[in-house]
Write a new protein. Sequence first.
Length: 125
Amino acid sequence: MKKILVFGNPYLKEDNLAVKIAKKIKVAGVEIVHCTNPDDLLNHDMNQSIILDVAKGIDKVDVFDDIDSLEFSVIFSLHDFDLSYFLKILKETGKLERVKIIGIPQTYDEARAVKEVKELINKIT
């Protein structure tokens, strides 16, 4: 069974859209899993998983599969340890060969995002 690994902070407006959307998506043969931190990825088969998260700098819901193209923040403390940085570490250490990420613009319309995310999940699963 495919899994959608959902990342985001439900309490931060700029980081909660993926969490909200995941509650409204039902796709046959797909399990929704809410992740609380990047190391949750270690508990899942990434060949059978798709990451769902918000992204800065995009203007539409889209699928990304190139870890090297992901931008990450400069890290000043462990609180700044973001998902893209963790994915790059997993790739560099050989623990992750490929990944599929559905990125949602931070300020996207929720209803539109639900529709587009559901369409993408059906297309790539």
